[in-house]
Write a protein that binds this ligand. Structure first.
Ligand code: DP6
Length: 327
């Protein structure tokens, strides 16, 4: 028998950052985070993943963006499939195809949308009709930020619990992604976090500050206070990067800092523009929809910025197709 499902998910960026893992198993974040799920017009900026479980398959296989994948990417997919198989009480192997409609160097991590789409497609293919919170928990164990891509709009992840906080229409927000390099990042977020936890003199301060920042962010969002959300987002990103840098983990480059200076110049000139950066060299600028055009042109003119994508708050992950065939 063949059981198949296809799911689509979008990436997200954290406005209040997760950085560091709680002790013990299960990839539990050490601090709560709050993100916004993002897409481009026509719902582009998506990962589409099809999982086919077949009784005749002898091993799990993965085709990523048209190329057969092995090594670490395949291992991470197999680990998620193993958890789902244990819940469904089956040993059936699967064939997974996953493709992003955005390049790896798009400035937005594909692991969040990738593991969100994989968790949703694999559970549905095996007939597990779980609530979104449980699918998110499954995705979180592979990559914590992936839990947040299960939901649309503004999403919180507090230790193991993930849920939507506010719909995509909240805030009238645009996220301008200033892409600064085509290269892959040198240090994965998992490795960067572990090094930070082990060696940053500021990690303890981060653990104290991040939950406060998260609570203030949540309140500002629910009050629809764009300026406060922007201020807190920039603060969270700078605190995270400062903490990581003190451990020798440097994600920003010359283009990132030049773009950050431009965001601050726009703000000094009166625009509500704020910066955030994840574990990579690209800069994301938060502006109101009405300011997006001017801010995009200004960021695109910054030396070191290759291009700018204009993203908007998006819907959560969805199932596109489900099929069961008996050959
Ligand atoms: C800086 O979710 O990629 O983007 O759980 O180890 O896979 P793992 O880490 P990941 O880390 C994301 C870090 C961040 C901040 C954030 O998204 O909250």
């Amino acid at each position: 028998m063949i059981r198949r499902a296809t799911a689509v998910a979008h990436p997200n960026i954290a406005l209040a950052k997760y950085w560091g893992k709680a002790e013990g198993e299960g990839n539990v974040p050490a601090v709560p985070s709050l993100s916004v799920t993002l897409s481009l017009p026509d719902a582009r900026l998506a990962t589409t993943t099809t999982v086919t479980f077949g009784d005749s398959f002898t091993e799990d296989t993965l085709v990523l963006n048209g190329t057969t994948a092995e090594g670490r990417p395949l291992e991470r997919v197999v680990a998620l499939l193993d958890r789902v198989r244990a819940e469904a009480k089956t040993k059936t192997r699967a064939h997974v195809t996953s493709s992003n409609d955005f390049p790896t160097a798009s400035g937005l991590a594909s692991s969040a949308s990738g593991f969100a789409a994989l968790a949703l497609a694999s559970t549905r293919a095996l007939g597990l009709d779980w609530p979104a919170e449980r699918v998110a928990d499954c995705a979180r164990r592979s990559s914590a930020s992936a839990a947040r891509s299960i939901f649309g709009g503004f999403v919180e992840l507090d230790a193991m619990f993930c849920r939507a906080v506010a719909p995509p229409s909240t805030l009238d927000l645009r996220v301008l992604v200033a892409v600064t390099t085509e290269a892959q990042k040198a240090t994965s977020s998992t490795d960067g976090m572990i090094l930070t936890q082990k060696t940053s003199p500021y990690y303890k301060a981060w653990l104290e500050d991040a939950p406060r920042n998260f609570r203030a962010m949540r309140a500002a969002l629910l009050e629809d206070d764009f300026v406060r959300v922007g201020e807190l987002a920039e603060r969270s990103a700078l605190a995270m990067h400062a903490c990581a840098m003190a451990a020798g983990v440097v994600y920003v480059g010359g283009g990132t800092l030049a773009a950050l200076a431009e965001v601050r110049a726009m703000r000094a000139a009166g625009m509500a523009a704020y910066a955030t950066m994840d574990a990579g060299p690209h800069l994301k600028c938060l502006v109101r929809a009405a300011d997006a055009e001017v801010a995009t042109a200004r960021l695109a003119a910054v030396p070191g910025v290759l291009r700018v994508l204009v993203a908007s708050p998006a819907e959560g992950a969805t199932v596109r197709a489900e099929r069961e065939e008996t050959p």
